[in-house]
Design a protein around this ligand. Structure first.
Ligand code: NAP
Length: 280
């Protein structure tokens, strides 16, 4: 039987309703209009389109948003200098850095962001809080993925979850969040000799690799919930990490390639922004 589609747009609508209410309260009670700065360094795998989507969502919700499009030649020092300026800028309550090209040190640069403006939840102080169970600023992509799984109505507790990929942005945070929700979690990665040995037992399979079709039908358990985080441009098409044609026949639930993880992660980034404003 074909898998049911997990509707990321609908999940995002629910989060955005909550954000709208929060924005009204912030305005009436504190006189604050949330402000977001997005830093995009030009790269061959450009993220300009996603920045535009974020900008549009901010406009719809009444959030002030400014996108800084930086050239490919931007250095660590230049981006650090810009973040330091934004850290001191009162109208900016959150800073979002799009994945950086390899010559820039994303891990180092994320640590320059003032923790109270770290709406990605990647600063070591916020990550440390998160690891001891304090959710002041949880990593936004993981927060979105959990929302998608919850939207299926299926329980996470007691399930066997496998996360493919161990990045700071996606793999590690979602593995920890599922562990917190009492799933039994395995993380696999590029050095795992036999991915199938893990993935074929997963009740919940989260794939964040960035290589199209890494997960085929035979690697998936019958009835699994499959979250495909990966998004790669192949020619004019966007392709996920999962072979959807095959996997849809075995999974019980699956995210679509577009309209799945993307919209809800944007909503969760903005949710972290309003939560940051509430702490002012
Ligand atoms: P990343 O930092 O490049 O990490 C990729 C991870 O996948 C690494 O841990 C790597 O293992 C692992 N990996 C690579 N090839 C593998 C293979 N053949 N088998 C198993 N594991 C493999 O990427 P990321 O930031 O996590 O992003 C992953 C994908 O998600 C990208 O396509 C990105 O565009 C997408 N993404 C989407 C959203 C959204 O909102 N829709 C948000 C974030 C990311 P090693 O650690 O061993 O190298």
């Amino acid at each position: 039987m074909a898998a049911k589609i997990i509707d990321g747009e609908q999940a995002a609508v629910e989060v955005k309703e909550k954000i709208k209410q929060d924005i009204q309260s912030l305005s009436s009670e504190k006189g604050i209009t949330p402000g977001l700065a997005i830093l995009v360094v030009k790269s061959p795998v450009g993220r300009v389109h996603i920045a535009q989507l974020k900008e549009r969502t901010c406009r719809q919700l009444g959030i002030k948003c400014r996108v800084f499009n930086l050239p490919e030649t931007t250095t660590d020092e230049e981006i650090i200098h810009l973040i330091e300026r934004l850290n001191d800028a009162d109208p900016v309550h959150g800073i979002n850095i799009h994945p950086l090209p390899p010559h820039l040190d994303h891990t180092l640069i994320s640590q320059i962001v003032e923790p109270r403006k770290d709406v990605e939840g990647l600063h070591f102080l916020n990550m440390g809080d998160f690891l001891i169970g304090e959710h002041h600023m949880p990593p936004f992509v993981a927060k979105g993925i959990v929302k998608l799984i919850d939207s299926t109505g299926e329980k996470i507790e007691g399930k066997r979850a496998v996360v493919v990929g161990r990045s700071q942005l996606v793999g590690k945070p979602i593995a920890f969040m599922l562990l917190e929700r009492n799933a039994t979690v395995s993380i696999v990665h590029s050095q795992t000799p036999d991915l199938s040995a893990f993935t074929e037992h997963a009740d919940i399979l989260v794939v964040a690799v960035g290589h199209p079709y890494t997960i085929t039908g035979e690697m998936v358990k019958e009835g699994a919930i499959v979250i495909d985080v990966g998004l790669t441009q192949v020619g004019t098409r966007l392709v996920g990490d999962v072979d959807h044609a095959e996997v849809q026949e075995k999974a019980s639930w699956i995210t679509p390639i577009t309209g799945g993880v993307g919209p809800v992660t944007i909503a969760m980034l903005l949710d972290n922004l309003v939560e940051a404003c509430k702490l002012l």
